[in-house]
Design a protein around this ligand. Structure first.
Ligand SMILES: Cc1cc2nc3c(=O)[nH]c(=O)nc-3n(C[C@H](O)[C@H](O)[C@H](O)COP(=O)(O)OP(=O)(O)OC[C@H]3O[C@@H](n4cnc5c(N)ncnc54)[C@H](O)[C@@H]3O)c2cc1C
Length: 264
């Protein structure tokens, strides 16, 4: 099977995010593979290990995003492609989806494209659905298990995670699949994988390479703008020590206080 996995480079989940002059900043916190995308990479690799083929990791980003692609290669991806172009600055999710759809088209006869459920920095969760719409493929979102691949029939059966429980969905291939963390336990990059990744050439595709016009992406192509960004005002917190002569007295005083505050 020819599988593509889309990964985004994001700040580490432990990064301290701040708003400075209307811009979001995470200081010099390390940049990593979006944690949700590790599950997507793992599922793509497991699929290849079972059914053969290759896995290509694709990332739209600036030069630093090469490091995220190296992590995907070190985990076991066969190839990696960075899509980068000065015109991409200020992309909204539609612009991002146009770019990823263009890269997937250029990647040839693809059977399935994996995504994480959302990126931990912008958090829209829109990209997978928009890519599916642009490609005209089914979108299988919130996938918690692949029940069965049927490559010969060009079909797949998956379990989707919903608030009410699990839903079994059958779909034709090619399809877009976004995954949740229940699907697997991502592997760590192996030592051999890290060595291989350091030697692998990562091609950079421009907008011209993927056949996407510059006015369809970036600030020019954006339909959604971030009008304002601000940190929520700090909450006022009053700390009161509840004391008693004995633990029982302290507990009773605490209960009285919680009842008075209508907490219990
Ligand atoms: C400086 C800056 C300015 C921005 N300005 C705007 C703005 O004005 N308006 C606006 O709407 N948005 C803006 N964005 C957000 C940006 O457009 C989003 O990153 C993009 O829309 C993707 O949405 P998301 O990050 O919420 O991804 P989600 O939809 O939450 O991600 C779902 C999945 O899609 C895949 N994916 C997402 N992004 C990529 C990628 N780059 N490469 C490969 N795979 C990917 C991953 O598998 C991910 O798990 C800005 C971002 C930055 C950094």
């Amino acid at each position: 099977m020819n599988i593509v996995v889309c990964i985004k480079q994001t700040p580490d989940s432990a990064a301290k995010i701040a708003v400075d002059g209307g811009q979001v900043t995470w200081g010099d916190a390390p940049l990593v593979v979006n944690p949700w995308d590790e599950f997507a990479v793992e599922e793509a690799l497991r699929t290849k290990e079972k059914h053969g083929g290759k896995v290509t990791a694709v990332c739209m980003g600036v030069e630093t995003a090469r490091e995220a692609l190296k992590t995907a290669l070190a985990m076991g991806c066969d190839e990696a492609i960075l899509v980068s172009d000065p015109a991409l600055k200020g992309c909204d999710s539609l612009g991002t989806a146009r770019v990823l759809a263009g890269a997937i088209r250029k990647a040839g006869e693809v059977d399935a494209v994996f995504f994480g459920r959302q990126a931990i920095d912008s958090d829209t969760g829109l990209t997978a659905g928009q890519v599916a719409r642009l490609l005209g493929w089914p979108a299988l979102t919130y996938v918690a298990a692949i029940a069965e691949w049927k490559p010969a029939e060009k079909a797949v059966s998956v379990q989707r995670m919903t608030d009410e429980g699990r839903q079994v969905v059958e779909s034709s291939l090619p399809a877009v699949i976004s995954v949740v963390k229940e699907i697997n336990e991502p592997r760590y990059p192996s030592f051999m994988g890290i060595r291989k990744a350091s030697k692998t050439t990562i091609p950079v595709w421009s907008l011209a390479d993927i056949g996407v016009a510059a006015d369809q992406v970036g600030e020019k192509g954006a339909r959604v703008g971030w009008a304002e960004m601000y940190a929520p005002p700090a909450r006022k917190v009053v700390c009161e020590m509840i004391k008693g002569e004995t633990p029982e007295e302290t507990a009773a005083a605490l209960v009285d206080r919680l009842i008075a505050e209508k907490v219990i």
